[in-house]
Design a protein around this ligand. Structure first.
Ligand SMILES: Nc1ncnc2c1ncn2[C@@H]1O[C@H](COP(=O)(O)OP(=O)(O)O)[C@@H](O)[C@H]1O
Ligand SMILES: [Mg+2]
Length: 256
């Protein structure tokens, strides 16, 4: 479970997050939707203090952490509760797939190399890459690199897995594999917060949708309800515009 209360974040005099309140219960998958620049990445980055919020409280794993007074130990605690998957994968180019997955286990969790390797190979198998464990990122497709990054995040056994547009840097034909992989690993994590523009995927995995615009949460709705009839006009427009992009004029022509 993770709960954010009154989170605000500014860059200079630009307020990017305003009074963010949201809760992800254990076992829940929350999808964050919103236009580009609305603050989605900043929101995820505030949860693990990659960006320090200016104010607000984060509650996780039985601790209540106030952004204004958070100590280095509090921040470490939050980072251990969470793991992040980035749009650009952020793998180490000089380490193999298994080396990337192992790194946090040996260096952060002080696990013995042999044990860490064993666990990492199991995780690579889980994401469908058992035959690629010795490959370097440069020898893998974007979709494969992202699945390594997912295995690496899972290795840390986070309470909450954070994914920031995990498929938006991928060629269209590689997106589906990664989405399937995320659905598969969802069984192994307690909670997930996913920022995505893949509405079909959002609809199929999400329990709850948070819709954010200009740093304000406009709605937090059950996913089935959100896609049926969003509560705010702004979210309705967003859905309509996003769906319009899905309709390929060439397909439409073929059907005529
Ligand atoms: N490190 C930063 N310094 C200054 N402005 C930033 C920084 N990170 C994000 N912003 C600004 O905050 C706003 C929200 O950005 P972001 O959270 O990346 O939005 P989204 O992920 O929804 O596209 C944007 O206007 C962006 O330019
Ligand atoms: Mg973003």
């Amino acid at each position: 479970m993770i709960r954010l209360t009154g989170i605000t974040k500014s860059f200079g005099d630009k307020q990017v997050l305003r009074d963010i309140n949201m809760t992800v219960e254990t076992g829940e998958i929350l999808v964050v939707l919103g236009p580009s620049g609305s603050g989605k990445s900043t929101l995820l980055r505030c949860i693990n203090f990659l960006e320090r919020p200016n104010a607000g409280v984060i509650e996780s794993g039985g601790r209540v952490i106030d952004a204004k007074t958070a100590t280095a130990r509090d921040i470490l605690f939050l980072r251990n509760q969470t793991a992040m998957v980035f749009q650009q994968f952020n793998l180490f180019a000089n380490l193999t797939a298994v080396g990337n997955v192992m790194l946090g286990l040996t260096d952060v969790k002080a696990m013995k190399k042999r044990v860490a390797r064993e666990l990492s190979l199991q995780l690579l198998e889980k994401v469908g890459l058992s035959d690629k464990s010795g490959f370097y990122p440069g020898q893998l497709s974007g979709g494969q690199q992202q699945r390594v990054a997912i295995a690496r995040a899972l290795a840390m056994k986070p309470d909450v897995l954070l994914l920031d547009e995990p498929t938006s840097a991928l060629d269209p034909e590689l997106i589906e594999d990664v989405l399937e992989c995320i659905e598969k690993v969802a069984e192994d994590v307690n909670s997930m917060i996913i920022v995505t523009h893949e509405l079909g995927f959002a609809r199929s995995v999400a329990d709850k949708i948070v819709f954010i615009d200009e740093g304000v949460i406009l709605e937090e709705t059950e996913a089935s309800q959100f896609f049926l009839s969003p509560a705010t006009q702004r979210a309705g427009e967003f859905l309509k515009n996003s769906l319009r992009r899905y309709i390929n004029p060439a397909d439409t022509l073929l059907q005529i």
